[in-house]
Design a protein around this ligand. Structure first.
Ligand SMILES: [Zn+2]
Length: 382
């Protein structure tokens, strides 16, 4: 198997979901965020078990964490190759800006997002179109964002939602030629999604009706961001083993299904995977109090969880170690130790405990991704 795995754009994947939906089987493609090798493997295994096509996506922060978009691309291809996966897969940039989107197009990503949602509608279209013109000739698909999602994502933080105007959605597609559009309808980024009364699925219904009326629905698709379910058991497990997460809440399954039924064709999941990774690591470190003696790698992670090494957020500001959910914040010392440790197959390192915990992380993610693919109606969609 020396052949390089092939990635596809997100268009044929979402097209398959649209065709299935038109046939009465509402469906959306799961887009799962990745930061390190075992996480990529877990996503791939979950998709494989569900026989679902999928999107692996990396944010600018993930690319930075691994030392560049090229490093993430090589890591994901390696995971696909190691697992001999032949599913239709895309590698997508999540929440890019102009610079990072072009960088990812040049570095083998098969899809990019340009998030110009902080600009007014006309400027947003202009900036999005610039990336479309850059990406499309290379066969790379583009996702834009319209409206503002509450919560923190990369360097953008909004206190509350600015909803997309459904009447303008077909116009946005027509003028920008973008393939997919994240429409703000009340979901939010992060593990504290608040009450569901901010959700307005009617925005999806009306946007999709407009796209269909304009015969755009076979090559223009709606995306739902901030759609993690934030399972209570995961939060409880994190808190049982030293975490102190408060006020967490996600999007209930039935609301995600309703949004898919109304026209969402790509669903983004990041927070749920972060919670699964955090819970697995916290439980393992708790169950193996002597781990410091066995594994240098795990001992540096443990120090962040216990507060011995001061925990920092992505901007370097100090945070309470109990509130950590972003794996990049507690895995940073591992990258500093050796950037290969989280980029290469963990089985290649002579550290039994590290291999054991990374295998558990992989399994936990695979389980969750599989159940989400089933919920999204993309299982068996090949
Ligand atoms: Zn997002």
């Amino acid at each position: 198997m020396s052949e390089e795995p092939k990635l596809c754009s997100i268009v044929p994947l979402m097209q398959a979901a649209e065709f299935a939906s038109l046939r009465g089987h509402p469906s959306a493609i799961g887009a799962f965020n990745v930061n390190f090798y075992a996480q990529a493997q877990g996503i791939l295994e979950g998709l494989y078990k569900a026989e679902a096509p999928g999107i692996i996506q990396a944010s600018r922060g993930a690319n930075k964490f691994q030392g560049g978009a090229d490093k993430i691309q090589v890591m994901v291809l390696k995971a696909i190759k190691d697992m001999k996966i032949t599913l239709p897969l895309a590698l997508h940039l999540d929440h890019g800006d102009t610079k990072s989107a072009k960088d990812c197009v040049d570095n083998g990503f098969s899809s990019v997002m340009i998030d110009a949602s902080k600009l007014d509608e006309i400027q947003n279209i202009e900036v999005t179109k610039e990336i479309v013109d850059y990406a499309h000739p290379k066969g790379v698909s583009v996702e834009g964002e319209y409206g503002k999602l509450a919560g923190v994502e990369e360097d953008v933080a909004y206190g509350k939602t600015t909803y997309a105007d459904p009447r303008f959605v077909p116009v946005f597609f027509d003028r920008s030629k973008v393939d997919a559009l994240a429409v703000a309808y009340g979901t939010s980024h992060g593990p504290n999604k608040g009450k569901t009364d901010a959700l307005n699925v009617g925005i999806v219904t009306d946007s999709y009706a407009g796209i269909k009326a304009n015969h755009q629905n076979l090559d223009h698709f709606l995306v739902g961001h901030g759609s993690s379910t934030v399972p209570r058991e995961l939060v409880q497990e994190i808190n049982q083993y030293g975490g102190s997460l408060k006020g967490t809440s996600g999007i209930p399954d039935y609301m995600i299904k309703a949004a898919i039924k109304e026209g969402i064709r790509k669903v983004n999941i990041d927070t749920d995977l972060r919670l699964g990774i955090t819970a697995t690591l916290r439980k393992y470190l708790n169950d193996h109090p002597d781990v410091d003696k066995k594994s240098e790698i795990l001992s540096v992670i443990k120090k962040v969880f216990t507060g011995e090494t001061p925990a920092k957020d992505k901007d370097g500001n100090p945070v309470d170690s109990g509130s950590l959910v972003d794996p990049r914040s507690y895995l940073e010392p591992v990258v500093k130790m050796d950037p290969q440790l989280l980029r290469e197959n963990y089985r290649s390192f002579k550290d039994e405990a590290f291999i054991e915990v990374m295998t558990l992380v992989k399994n936990r993610i695979a389980e969750h991704v599989k159940s989400l693919a089933i919920m999204f109606g993309s299982a068996g969609l090949l």
